[in-house]
Design a protein around this ligand. Sequence first.
Ligand code: PHE
Length: 358
Amino acid sequence: MSLPAFLAALDELAQAAAAAFAAADDAASLEAARVEFLGAKSGRLKSVQQGLGSVDGADRPAAGKRFNEVKQQIQAAFQEAQERAGAGRAGVVRDRDFDPTVPGRPFRLGRLHPITQTIEELKDIMGRLGFTVALGPEIEDEWHNFEALNIPADHPARDPLENFYLASAQAALGAPVALGAPAGGGAPAAVGGAPLLLRSQTSTVQVRVMESREPPVRIISLGRVYRPDTADATHYPMFHQMEGLLVDRRVTMADLKSVLRLFAASYLGADVHIRFRPSFFPFTEPSVEVDMSWKDRWIEFGGAGMVDPNVLRAVGYDPEVYTGFAFGLGVERLCMRRHSITDIRELYKNDVRFLGQF
Ligand code: PHE
């Protein structure tokens, strides 16, 4: 091959390679161009190099020099194209309408309602004390809300004005309520005209759990309860309770006090004090009101006591063998005390300026 022919082949190669690498705008076309021009076995640079051997001996140094220049040019073009592609991957946007200096749209993250947060924490604390969670329906029959809890038909707590009785069983069954499966696995009960009501206390779940299994029982139940109270700073017609129930052999009032004391210390802090005041509930004997003092203020958080033998009998337990304690605490009160919320209605207005603080 003559020197001019070799040099012309090199020039043509240099031009073609420059155009190919300049046009390569993604990883695939860049790789194709690399193989075409720089491929070790059958790349075009390689095949031009093979022509070098046939150049006349005297012309060979000049041909070799030019060959090396073109080789370096092509390699540089490849490197540059590679850097361009890398920069594209790192986020250089080629769309001319995209303005990276425009501030992004702020997005608001949702969060759990303070009552939900409180419930999760209560489950956690009681879980560490060995209590598992039991659920019950919010529509109840009179057996679970009253009868089995030793509340007779003429008891003032059963006054229709003190409860949300449902107009008819049929209406109740049509209603999309029944949150959570009944602990006993049955339906929300009392078809055929028997009165139904929105449960007024979570003690209903005690009955359902004991009906469905043998002692030992160690459960908490957290959920909504309903009472026709006028809403004010401390009352709301719907609120939440945490019910606790422990039934076993030789359970005493001292166990009740220890559990509540451990609970209070976990929830409010080691500097909390608790006290029991004598009280009355039809389903516990003896019964107490539970107060907790935190930061120098006593607040009543709920009721408690030793499960009444009549209740144990109603669910088929032998009160000569088993004893137990039960307590019911107001979840809103616990939440409000912790966060210094002074009006329960704030919890149910759903004002995000309020809810966003927790
Ligand atoms: N059920 C009672 C109430 O709603 C609280 C309570 C629960 C009392 C368990 C004693 C034992 O007021």
